[in-house]
Write a protein that binds this ligand. Sequence first.
Ligand SMILES: Cc1cc2nc3c(=O)[nH]c(=O)nc-3n(C[C@H](O)[C@H](O)[C@H](O)COP(=O)(O)OP(=O)(O)OC[C@H]3O[C@@H](n4cnc5c(N)ncnc54)[C@H](O)[C@@H]3O)c2cc1C
Length: 187
Amino acid sequence: MAAGVSTAAPGGESLAARGENSSCHYSDNEEEAMMIIRELTHNQCISLIEAKRVARLGCSLDGQPYVVTIFYAYAEGHAYAFTLPGRKLDIMRANPKVALLVEETGSGRSWKSAMAEGSFEELPDRIGHKTLRERAWTLLSKYSDWWEPGALKPELPPVTDQSPHTFFRIHIDRVTGREAIDVEEQP
Ligand SMILES: Cc1cc2nc3c(=O)[nH]c(=O)nc-3n(C[C@H](O)[C@H](O)[C@H](O)COP(=O)(O)OP(=O)(O)OC[C@H]3O[C@@H](n4cnc5c(N)ncnc54)[C@H](O)[C@@H]3O)c2cc1C
């Protein structure tokens, strides 16, 4: 399928950055349903991230990308999340630059996705971070099962005096988004 996506206005400025949608239509042939691909505005991206709770978290170390699924809750420019010790935490501590991808599928072949780029910030169980840890707890505990995937491991971590659970947040610096509209599915 010959699909192209227009992402920038003449002069190079992103239409999404200007709060407008750009779009591009494509189809295999005239008998096939048309698809419209367009950019989401900044506000549409934030709305999607705010509405969803599951994201793919991408991080990398020494040129090696690593992607895991996490639960998160969005508030005030940050995605709050929770983890046990493990590879993603080691990577993010060593290289705090991360990306989050959030997706939603609609009717037919329609979909929306928003990508956020930003920085990892650990919320340790120490004086000075109490308010933010409580904020993370409050946001995440709205969902009854949020702790389960992050709290389960094939092998339990060694028992220590301190809780191994780590709250963190992603400070979101940049968002982009696209959506595909299956014209045939529209009323
Ligand atoms: C819907 C959903 C929600 C989740 N929510 C959370 C969450 O909120 N917090 C959280 O910490 N985790 C969550 N998880 C689990 C998460 O995706 C990771 O599997 C888990 O956190 C372990 O990651 P780690 O980097 O600590 O791996 P480690 O435990 O350090 O794992 C070591 C190795 O195991 C492999 N591995 C780890 N996880 C997976 C996997 N899922 N699939 C294949 N190979 C794997 C990797 O090769 C890795 O190098 C969720 C998973 C799902 C499906």
